[in-house]
Design a protein around this ligand. Structure first.
Ligand code: GLC
Length: 578
């Protein structure tokens, strides 16, 4: 640690002066560029009352744990009132707390206790759609001349069947659902219980701004804007070619990034965000290219602060399948566009993904811990704000359910039904979901070796991974070499280093299929990062010698093979480069 301290104290104060080798000016510095963000999936984090569902009081009881990680902000998945068709991403009241999670008083206490510990709170704002149980939708569907009618998209049946639109979650794979009350179809990109809100309507937009202001006035520190690239659509609804339904980027072109997207975001900025200049805003989804992503966050455009794109998670199911070079290319391409301005989020998992170590690393007993550490090293050393999904810091793995009954997720269940109705191969589907289902990332947090991993004293809403006896936070607290304690060191390293926060990114050894190598550089000072993404020793060729390097942090406890330009399986090294 002393070494890190010595190494970085000289850079602790970036001054206003411009330096030829750096793209960073102090005026660009922002708390959210320097923060490490930790995502909590509240249903699965900690249950305080034995009903088997995580809750706000449970989170409060774990704030000291969060503090001990060194993280700066929590992104909390939705806790608003909801019938839970999509676990809270279907909101029926934006200003109420779901009873399962607690009360508004619990929320106020949570915020107070977080701020006391210098942890910020980012709320998830789901406003591409609401729940069909929201009062707006109930009114909207009741008659064609109801004042809320245009809060949603309706297609009158006398115009014929609406053009085919694929839905992410629909059991019939159709985003238009017929409703007999008014003889019309409504649009739902996600499940039938998630009707899309019509952002063309100024009264709807005003209600959304009012909701956001309500939470910001409570003192929260920002929003993650769910499915945000979809809020503006091409209202002529061109028919979706069936062959592109499995290609997210093509779908985004047809479904999102509509003609008024940026106009709406700019208005939201004027009406809400600009009044809370310290609040952070991050868009889930960022269009279909790095250039499109830049439009969300280019400071000159006055829209949002950060975005995250899906290219690096939608690339495939396992690194051995798509290859490390492609993976590197995605990050380099985005970084190239963002090197002068704008800001990205760096993540390898979240509540919509399988576990990071099962997807990008290796979750066998031999390599689970070391590859978890390597992946966290990657997230924490790239340029962009790092996000950690709860449980990844202890190396939790996919649960791999055998039966469809074990799944709660609307996406997995409805796709299964769809396949069943069409006579598809259900066995192959279930096998595939063991690797890909987002439910893998949602199993309860494994706190200790007691029943249900210490998550609940009741029956958990989703099965706890039976490996909780070996993989749990309490056991790792005691082990200085655990994934958890390494994660803490990583956070410290990142936070102490302006180079890792702001330094320019340069990829090295591009064609190496095993090693991801790059330099971060600020004001002439360089940090070299070497990551072996395989379970074998791997060599690298940087075009220069690594002789003059000093180790800042490595994931193996003993000395590295660096001198022979070789990394051990899943080895990660952060090195000061002289
Ligand atoms: C976002 C959320 C996901 C949700 C979907 C619909 O992608 O992250 O969990 O199912 O939007 O709200």
């Amino acid at each position: 640690m002393l070494l890190i301290a010595l190494l970085f104290t000289s850079f602790m104060s970036i001054t206003a002066q411009e330096n030829k080798t750096t793209i960073v000016k102090i005026s660009d510095a922002k708390w959210w560029k320097e923060a490490v963000i930790y995502q909590i999936y509240p249903r699965s984090f900690k249950d305080s009352d034995g009903d088997g569902i995580g809750d706000i009081k449970g989170i409060i009881s774990k704030l000291d744990y969060l503090k001990s990680l060194g993280i700066d902000a929590v992104w909390l998945s939705p806790i608003y009132d909801s019938p839970n068709d999509d676990n809270g991403y279907d909101i029926s009241n934006y200003k109420e707390i779901l009873k399962d999670f607690g009360t508004m008083a619990d929320f106020d206490l949570l915020l107070k206790e977080m701020h006391k510990r210098n942890i910020k709170l980012i709320m998830d704002m789901v406003v591409n759609h609401s729940s069909d149980e929201h009062e707006w939708f109930k009114q909207s569907k009741s008659s064609r001349d109801n004042k809320y009618r245009d809060y949603y998209y309706w297609w009158p049946a006398e115009k014929g069947t609406p053009p085919y639109r694929w839905s992410f979650f629909d059991v019939n794979s159709n985003a238009w659902k017929y409703d007999a009350t008014t003889n019309a179809y409504y649009l739902h990109y996600f499940s039938q219980k998630q009707p899309d809100l019509n952002w063309n309507n100024p009264s709807l937009r005003k209600e959304i701004y009012d909701t956001m202001t309500f939470w910001l006035n409570k003192g929260i520190d920002g929003f993650r804007m769910d499915a945000f690239q979809f809020i503006s659509k091409d209202d002529s609804f061109p028919e979706l070619p069936k062959e592109i339904v499995n290609n997210t980027f093509e779908i985004i072109k047809f479904y999102g990034n509509g003609p008024k997207l940026h106009e709406h975001i700019q208005e939201m900025n004027r009406e809400v965000l600009s009044k809370f200049p310290n609040a952070m805003s991050v868009s889930e989804g960022a269009g279909d290219s790095p250039e499109a992503a830049m439009k969300f966050v280019d400071p000159d455009r006055k829209e949002l602060n950060l975005a995250y794109h899906f290219e690096s998670v939608d690339i495939g199911n396992h690194i051995s399948e798509f290859g490390l070079i492609k993976y590197k290319d995605i990050f380099s391409r985005y970084d190239e566009v963002f090197k002068e301005k704008g800001w990205l989020s760096i993540f390898v998992s979240n509540h919509d993904q399988p576990r990071m170590v099962s997807k990008f690393g290796n979750d066998t007993p031999q390599f689970r811990a070391i590859s978890s550490k390597m992946l966290s090293t990657f997230v924490m050393t790239m340029r962009g704000t790092p996000y950690n999904f709860n449980g990844d810091e202890i190396g939790m793995v996919n649960i791999r359910f055998d039966n469809i009954e074990d799944y709660n997720d609307v996406d997995t269940r409805n796709k299964y039904e769809q396949l069943k109705n069409g006579g598809g191969d259900l066995k192959a589907f279930l096998e595939n979901k063991k690797q890909t289902s987002r439910e893998n990332g949602r199993t309860p947090f494994q706190w200790d070796a007691t029943a249900n991993g210490g998550f609940t004293s009741g029956k958990p809403w989703l099965k706890v991974n039976p490996n909780y006896a070996e993989i749990n936070a309490a056991a790792q607290e005691k082990d200085p070499n655990s994934v958890l304690n390494y994660y803490r060191k990583l956070v410290k390293t990142r936070k102490a280093s302006p180079i890792l926060k702001y330094g320019k990114f340069t990829l090295l050894d591009h064609d190496n299929p095993n090693v991801f190598a790059y330099i971060r550089e600020l004001e002439g000072k360089k940090v070299l990062i070497l990551l072996n993404f395989t379970g074998k020793e791997a060599s690298f060729d940087l075009g220069f010698s690594t002789k003059h390097t000093t180790l800042i942090l490595g994931n193996y406890p003993n000395k590295s093979l660096l001198t022979s330009n070789t990394l051990r399986p899943y080895e990660s090294l952060i090195l000061e480069l002289k």
